[in-house]
Design a protein around this ligand. Sequence first.
Ligand SMILES: Cc1ncc(COP(=O)(O)O)c(C=O)c1O
Length: 466
Amino acid sequence: MTPAAVSHVPNRDAVVQQDLGNVLHPVVQHKLLEQQQLVIVGAKDCTIVDANGKEYLDAMAGLWCVNIGYGRTELATVAAEQMQALAYYPHTAMNVPAAALAERVNGLLGGDNHVYFVNSGSKANEAAFKFARQYMKHERPGEVRYKTISRYFAYHGTTLATLAAGGMGERKVKFEPLGGNDFVHVAPPYCYRCPFGLTYPSCELACVKNVETTILGEGPETVAEVLVEPIMSAVGVSVPPDEYLPAVASLCEKYGLLLHIDEVINGFGRTGKMFGHEHWGVTPDIVTIAKGISSAYLPIAATVIKDHVFRSFYGDPAANRQVQQVNTYGGHPAAAAVALRNIEILLEERLPERSAEMGRYLLDGLGTLRRHPWVGDVRGKGLLAGVELVKDRQSKEPISAPHMQAMADSCRESGVIVGRSAGGRRYSNTVTMAPPLVITRSEIDRIVDVLDRAIGRLGGQLAGSA
Ligand SMILES: Cc1ncc(COP(=O)(O)O)c(C=O)c1O
């Protein structure tokens, strides 16, 4: 693989100095970056290449987002042509690619929606919170419905409100308090570590009962929406029981709440269907999308609302019912044009179907890792998979964060980049995988082989630290 960009590698050491002296990076500790100086200069399909010419198989598609794979130069052409015609104009007016993209997205989600464009998953969820509140103000004027019910261990974004909606204590602690009681959490459908200590199906879906108890406890007349990611990604890819999502949707209907589904990672073929919630046949009122909508070639995201919600925003200007917010980059013409072509590629190449097929192959391969005593669970759907590592299968005690780090480092040194669950210090013990949907069988074999060897080495490390 020789990505075109690699022929223009700048002086690597100069870039490292320039970066370390000037850039503030997200999440990673700079002290660590000083030791692990990864400068990425090019990529093609599932492979990225660093400034030393070393290639890595990217089993995480960047941040779970490069669904069509790297190096599709035709998207650069689409962006350039659109920029020459119209690079930007605010979306208070209409533009050609954003209208076409909205029609395409609407069609994929049933044809009875309107699409509000933003430029990140966090902003899409923020807009959804506001739409749900505004809708309730219009439609239920006698009530004060503003709360969002979401799950512990979920991740929905990095802004203050999306962080509050998320359920990861360690991600929030440095910024708390995060406002009032707007975001109320319920137990996640994380069956391997069932919060109620039960086992499916004899659990009778205690996690759903917990949602209903919470709605009733808060008072349905205070709740605007329930927010769920169909398959919880960040906790380490937790696939819920089949009854879960339909049961939550029924509760929303019963208590007059909007169902807000976060498809930021699940969407655009990742789980083997175009959208994750399609596996369970539910009809959300609000869907948030990002990442795979453009395979991250340009930043674009959206909040998609069903027409019954849209109608609440429609009326005489004097009634002041319109959407009460604006963002500079919403409906960006170049990003919209690229996203539209990206979706056409997903459809033309039948990448959601490919994700289902290759996902089965990946899960079969990962299943063989169960022979290691430290593999507690293997789970996934489509090309979204997790391998949970434990010190002991009986107690399910997670392997430590340093051991997890050593595992990921060892995979990277062997040329495969895997991810880790984001469960703070305690539950960062699941290896996550979300490769580009164009991944081949031999690349999957390589991921499994590299993981196999890295997990094999864990035994010695765990014994050494016992
Ligand atoms: C499920 C989910 N929702 C929302 C977001 C936030 O997206 P962004 O990072 O584009 O703001 C993420 C990011 O990883 C996510 O995984």
